[in-house]
Design a binder for this molecule. Structure first.
Ligand code: ATP
Ligand code: MG
Length: 723
């Protein structure tokens, strides 16, 4: 047997981990040191050398994209397709288990997945139905409470708060929520994990089956597992099946969602004979990028501590650009991308723009469109979460399952068909009273003639329409089903008529949905024995948080720093590097949170192979208001200055209007121009580098001795000129 394709591409430390004995193993290593590579090669090694069947391997990772990539890499090493292999996310694999054992799990066969938005609507409605004031009981908080309890493995019935009225109320909401989910056969994300864990714990036969089946359990990004995920892994493993976990404590970025870095320590305690491996050579980044990453993370106190080195080239300095505002920031990035691609450095899909929060993507999208830079928002502007897409899918869901209340609620009057709030309130009331679904309640009300003629008419037409729709689409292929829904429901013409830019993009998205359905891969083992429509709905629900999943042809990738975990790109921009934004204001209050933000920055930096660029905007519109004088993120200040090259704005940006009469000297009376020395009350002394605009828009760029360069609006800056 030739094992060279498996072992040759590995260094010694990696090889030791890949070929280790069948005992629990923990690989703790820094970014880009080949953890994921080790995991993939370990699977291939087990299959080739130990004749383990690929179907006896359970591999868990964090995103659908990472799972798809892992599967592809294993397939290429083993040289055959492995559709049925159990590689997936915690949610995806839990879902697969629940589909296979829905009866034992106490579910209905056609159970639906509630994504976080569906969940919020449901919680909101429950709070209303309970007659509670939702300013005192904010639905988001209640949803957070429910999810957090589920992630601790706790059901409403297990919670008691005799002395705490507020907690008692939340438990009541949780209880009502559980009942609603039961009644409508709905399962939220946290429930997927909890339910599948309970399934295994409460059904010895099923548990034994899977313990015999999965002899090897491998998990990537282990540092970000939370309590229930860890319990889930341990349950699968039992005493006999070794877990092979790889992770990096410096990249733990989901503490805010309950991830527990302690799991890394617990692992060694829970599995006494754990073998520990460390990898220290980084293969991804230039020496400069790695040094910058190391310097940053050195500021964290709570670390397991490790050294990373590389044999790679020194590489170019890391760039820093101080933009005037967020528009300027995006223009700079667009221009840089153009130069990079023109110089033939890499394709566009090997370039990423990373930001702290999803809201930052909008300006980049606008500027990229006007500069003709093809891009894809990855995660974030979630395709499947857009309202128009959700409407269309809700029709499909309701056609498949009339008992799906969230979908009923969503589309009953979209587009408007004269079914008002009052009618719906009556239907809801009846559904709750008789413990039936909205559909059944509506039918009952029509039979008992308890509605006004007009309301009854409208409601009857809707029920009739849905029944016909179900019949009409039954025989169609998936994309034709969607196409039919878009037309017959009037969704397409509803948006088409409106004519605004927004409406146009909605129409585009709806068309895109048909295309997505056409290219939907039904061969995936996950969807075995499911009807295409059901499979597609599951795909949409599980994929929602991650955008469209696929890497699009030669498009720049836009995503949050969180979504970039595990990925790598030739050129990386980390934008919005401002105090208050990154690290966020909220995180500054808790020391632990600030360290987590720093780890997030470390994750961002270590995504870059060749070139890293930081940008920040001195003024930025946030929540509708301008904020001026943003100072650069403290993380910038923590980097070695000799490795950072500040980019001068003038060379890069097309300069807006200048005063014609006095070039480089704005404001008739200010008398301030390029080269002047000035003093600012807060920033101290500096020299004027540039100026633009006129009148109240006049602004100057000053290089301050202490604070570095800043753009200031002259009218507010109160600069004093030094002679
Ligand atoms: P992260 O912490 O970001 O998840 P990682 O530790 O999982 O990173 P990988 O993604 O496995 O690292 O590897 C980083 C890069 O280095 C990849 O491009 C990989 O192909 C390459 N690489 C890993 N090991 C080697 C090796 N021994 N020889 C050459 N290239 C390697
Ligand atoms: Mg990795």
């Amino acid at each position: 047997m030739d094992v060279s394709p498996i072992l040759d591409p590995l260094n010694e430390a990696q090889r030791a981990a890949v070929t280790s004995e069948d005992v629990p193993a923990l690989v703790i290593a820094g970014a880009g040191s080949g953890k994921t590579r080790v995991l993939v090669h370990r699977i291939a090694w087990l299959c080739e050398v130990h004749s383990v069947s690929p179907f006896s391997v359970l591999a868990v990772t964090f995103t659908n994209k990472a799972a798809a990539e892992m599967r592809a890499r294993v397939e290429s090493l083993l040289k055959h397709a492995l559709g049925g292999m159990w590689i997936g996310t915690f949610h995806g694999i839990s879902h697969r288990l629940l589909r296979a054992h829905w009866q034992e799990a106490g579910l209905k066969e056609n159970f639906q997945i509630l994504d976080s938005d569906d969940q919020l609507r449901l919680v909101k409605r429950i709070i209303q139905d309970m007659g509670l004031d939702d300013s005192r009981w904010p639905p988001k908080q209640a949803r957070g409470y429910i999810n957090a309890r589920k992630e601790e493995g706790l059901r409403a019935g297990q919670l008691q708060h005799r002395n705490d009225p507020a907690a008692r109320q939340l438990v009541r909401i949780y209880t009502a929520y559980e009942q609603e989910c039961e009644r409508t056969a709905s399962v939220d994300f946290a429930e997927l994990l909890l339910r599948s864990l309970e399934l295994l714990q409460q059904n010895q036969e099923i548990l034994d089956h899977y313990r015999r089946k999965f002899r090897h359990i491998l998990v990537d990004e282990f540092q970000d597992t939370n309590a229930i995920q860890y319990a889930w892994l341990r349950t699968f493993a039992g005493e006999e099946n070794p877990v092979f976990a790889v992770g990096d404590d410096d990249q733990s970025i989901y503490g805010w969602r309950g991830a527990r870095i302690e799991n890394l320590h617990n692992f060694e305690r829970d599995y006494r004979n754990t073998q520990l491996f460390r990898l220290e050579q980084n293969y991804r980044s230039t020496n400069t990028i790695l040094s910058v990453a190391n310097a940053l993370i050195d500021n964290n106190r709570e670390r397991m501590g490790k050294k990373l080195w590389t044999e790679g080239v020194t590489g170019d300095p890391v760039c820093l650009y101080a933009a005037f505002n967020e528009q300027d920031e995006a223009r700079f990035v667009a221009e840089r991308i153009r130069q990079w691609v023109e110089a033939g450095h890499s394709r566009r899909d090997d370039i990423a723009v990373l930001y702290r929060s999803n809201a930052q993507s909008r300006v980049f999208e606008e500027v990229f469109i006007s500069h003709s830079v093809p891009y894809r928002v990855y995660g974030g502007l979630r395709f499947f979460e857009r309202a128009e897409i959700r409407d269309a899918l809700a029709y499909l869901r309701l056609a498949r399952n009339p008992d799906d209340d969230p979908s009923f609620e969503r589309v009953v009057n979209v587009p408007s068909r004269g079914i008002g709030q009052r009618t719906m309130a009556l239907v809801r009331e009846r559904a709750v009273r008789n413990r039936v679904t909205l559909w059944k309640a509506a039918e009952e009300m029509l039979q008992s003639r308890s509605l006004t003629t007009r309301a009854a008419h409208a409601l009857e037409r809707f029920l009739q329409f849905m029944s016909t729709l179900e019949e009409e689409i039954r025989a169609l292929v998936l994309d034709a089903q969607i196409d039919h829904i878009l037309r017959s429901t009037g969704l397409m013409s509803h948006h088409g008529r409106e004519g605004s830019e927004k409406a146009k993009s909605r129409v585009e998205n709806l068309k895109e949905l048909v295309v997505t359905a056409r290219s939907f891969d039904l061969d995936n083992e996950l969807y075995k024995e499911m009807l295409p429509a059901d499979a597609f709905l599951v795909h949409a629900a599980l994929e929602a948080g991650e955008g469209q999943g696929a890497i699009w042809e030669d498009c720049v990738q836009l995503m949050t720093l969180h979504a970039a975990k595990g990925l790598e790109f030739a050129l990386v921009f980390i934008v919005g590097m401002e105090e208050g934004l990154f690290p966020s204001d909220m995180s500054k209050e808790e020391p632990g949170r600030l360290e987590e933000e720093r780890r997030l920055c470390y994750v961002g930096i270590t995504r870059a192979r060749e070139q890293l660029v930081f940008t920040y905007a001195e003024s930025r519109r946030r929540y509708g208001a301008d904020s001026y004088y943003n100072s650069p993120s403290r993380f910038i200040g923590e980097l070695p200055p000799e490795l950072i090259a500040e980019v001068r704005p003038r060379a890069m940006v097309s300069t807006p209007v200048r005063t014609r009469s006095m070039p480089g000297r704005p404001g008739q009376n200010s008398g301030i121009g390029v080269g002047d020395s000035v003093v600012h009350a807060k920033f101290g002394r500096g020299v004027v580098l540039d100026c633009e605009g006129a009148g109240s828009n006049a602004r100057v760029q000053v290089n301050f001795e202490r604070e570095g360069s800043k753009w200031l609006v002259l009218a507010y800056a109160n600069l004093d000129k030094l002679v």
